[in-house]
Design a binder for this molecule. Structure first.
Ligand code: APR
Length: 248
């Protein structure tokens, strides 16, 4: 699936570029998505599992749910889509990768300039004293109590109804205001404020390239909508850009 040559030439000479990724980029690594036919939210209730109230009501259930998701993420391997974005970082003088995903796969793939809007499942902290328990410092059992103060330890991710980390949002907005192109990959584009970012790029004169297996609410304003699996489409785009830049 190729980008129109005029669009490609414009992109190949862009200085500021960015990507916004969603669960769809990790689908080919075996990490389940949220919406759509077999998405997590089609059989589980997010309000029961992904909110601070749910955590206080039933810390064991919520902790177990995130232990399960961490297990899936840890066993997942970054796929061609993640790796193509690592290469894309080298094709533009300024490239920011903004992700809604908490699975840590972009970092494991080797992306450097990553903005994690919804947090990272490898990070945890005590809700009382704030002490961090990242990576294997977190004992995977029922609700984990902070050895320092006995408080409950929660995953460092953004739950429904919670604010995004201010610094991360600032970085994402700053990138969107100057981006000449945003690659929107594997997101249903229905969760705000992340879904606002491509609109900000467009309002500031940038181009929207959407990569998804199906149309989304963003498709109608995208400059190009490339339908297919992210791993194939992104690898193609990188190949075309490298050829145009005389690198391939
Ligand atoms: N390649 C490209 N796109 C894909 C692929 C694939 N292989 N597989 C699925 N998709 C697309 C789906 O068509 C869908 O548009 O990925 C998108 C996944 O959408 P969601 O499941 O809604 O995930 P996302 O957009 O990341 O959700 C945003 O919602 O539940 C919250 O915090 C959670 O970060 C998440 C946010």
């Amino acid at each position: 699936m190729n980008l129109r040559i005029d669009l490609l030439r414009e992109l190949a000479s862009a200085k500021h570029a960015m990507a916004l990724t969603g669960a769809g980029i990790s689908a080919e690594s075996g990490v389940p998505t949220f919406r759509g036919a077999d998405g997590l939210w089609s059989r589980l209730n997010p309000q029961e599992l992904a909110s601070f109230d749910a955590f206080l009501r039933n810390p064991d259930l919520v902790t177990e749910w995130y232990n399960h998701r961490r297990e899936i993420a840890n066993h997942a391997v970054p796929n061609g889509g993640h790796l193509a974005l690592v290469q894309m970082e080298t094709l533009f003088p300024d490239f920011t990768l903004v992700t809604q995903n908490i699975d840590n796969l972009h970092r494991r793939a080797g992306s450097k300039n990553v903005v994690e809007l919804h947090g990272n499942i490898e990070r945890n902290y005590c809700i009382e004293c704030g002490k961090r328990y990242d990576g294997d410092a977190f004992e995977e059992n029922e609700s984990f109590k902070c050895p320092a103060c006995g408080g409950l330890v929660r995953p460092d991710i953004v739950w429904f109804g919670e604010m995004l980390p201010a610094d991360e949002w600032k970085r994402a907005e700053f990138a969107a205001r100057k981006a000449e192109v945003i690659f929107v990959v594997g997101t249903s584009a229905v969760v705000y404020p992340a879904a606002e970012l491509p609109v900000t790029v467009k309002q500031n004169g940038g181009k929207i390239i959407e990569v998804n297996i199906e149309a989304t609410p963003l498709s109608s304003i995208a400059d190009a909508t490339l339908q297919g699996p992210a791993s194939e489409i992104l690898s193609d785009i990188v190949k075309q850009l490298m050829e145009l830049q005389g690198i391939a």
